[in-house]
Design a protein around this ligand. Sequence first.
Ligand SMILES: [Mn+2]
Length: 387
Amino acid sequence: MRVLHTSDWHLGRSFHRVGMLGAQAEFIGHLVTTVREHAVDAVVVSGDVYDRAVPPLAAVELFDDALHRLADLGVPTVMISGNHDSARRLGVGAGLIGRAGIHLRTDPSASGTPVMLSDTHGEVAFYGVPYLEPALVKDEFGLEQAGHETVLAAAMDRIRADLAARPPGTRSVVLAHAFVTGGAPSDSERDITVGGVAAVPAGVFDGVDYVALGHLHGCQTLTERVRYSGSPLPYSFSEADHRKSMWLVDLAADGGVTAERVDCPVPRALARIRGTLEELLADPGLEPHREAWVEATLTDPVRPADPMVRLGERFPHILSLVFDPDRAPDDPAVSYARRLTGRDDQQIAEDFVAHVRGTGPDERERAVLRDAVDAVRADQAVREVAR
Ligand SMILES: [Mn+2]
C-alpha cells in the first residue's frame, strides 16, 4: 500500500507580511497531482491543518476546496487535529465528510478505533491520534498525573489492544501530533512543553508498522518507521535550510517500510544575511539573494538611518530586520532579547529569582515555579479549545 504522508499545512498563516494562501493553494494542487501521478492509495495529514483555532474565512474555503479535490480523487484520506487546530471545530461535519472517504479524527477517545483500508495483501488499520493536551485528556485515559508521554502511551495501549484483536498480519499506520525525542525544532512550532518535558521517546510507538508524525516543521527520519513530513512551506526564517517535502511510503505485504521524498513547490527562496548595512548593500556575494525573502541582521555598532528602505532597494522582498551590534559580550547594552534567546519559561523565571534575590531557587521553589508555568499553559489550552 502506498501512503502519502504530509502535515502542518497551517492554512491561513502568513510569513511575516506575506500572505501564504496562494502558495498553500498551489501546494494543495501539487498534493492532488502527486496522488494521481504516483498512484497513491491513501493520504495521511498529521495535524495543524489550520494555523489557528478560528481560521480566517479564506483558509476555511481553501480547506473546503482541498476536501472536494481529495474526495474527487477517490483516494481515502485520514486527518487528525494538531495543537494549532481547534479539534472540536475541525471535527464538525466529520461524520458526513467521512462518507466521502475523508476521515477526520479529532476525538481523543476514538484513538483506538481505526479506519480500515485494504489492498491486495489484506487490511491496513489507520489509527488517528489527535494532538493530546495532557491536562485535557488525562481523565479520558484514567490518568492521575499526565504529561505528554503518559497520555500518548495510554492512547498507544488502546491501539495495540485493538490491533491484537485483529487477524494476524493486519498492518498498521498511526498518525500523531507530538514532539518526539531526537526531532529538531524550528521557530514556527508552538511550544507544547508541560512539566518541563515536551518530548516523548519514539519507543512509545513500538508495535506499529508506520508512524506518520506532525508538529515539527522540518522533514526528518527518526527511525525507518517513525518520520516527520514537516510543513509544506516555510513559516519562519529558521527554516531557510529546509527542503520542504512529503513522504511517499510503501508498506509491503509483511509491513516492511520504504519511503521516498517528494519535494513541494517553492514559492520563493529564503535567505538570512548578516553584516553592517554598507557590507550588505555592497557585497557581490549576496547577488543571488536579490529575489529571495530576506532576513537581514545588521551588526553596525550604531543603528543606521532608514535601513529597511535602503536594503529594500537591493532586496525588494526583504521581510525581517534584526539588530545585533558587534559589542563586547559584557557590554550592558547587549540586548535583553538576546539574553532570553534559547531559554524556556522555566529558566527565565528561575533566572529572575536569582537576579532579584542573589541566589537561585531551591528544589521546592523550582517546583512551585514549574506548577505555575504548567497552570498557565493548561489554562491557555482550555481557552483555545473553548474558543
Ligand atoms: Mn505545526
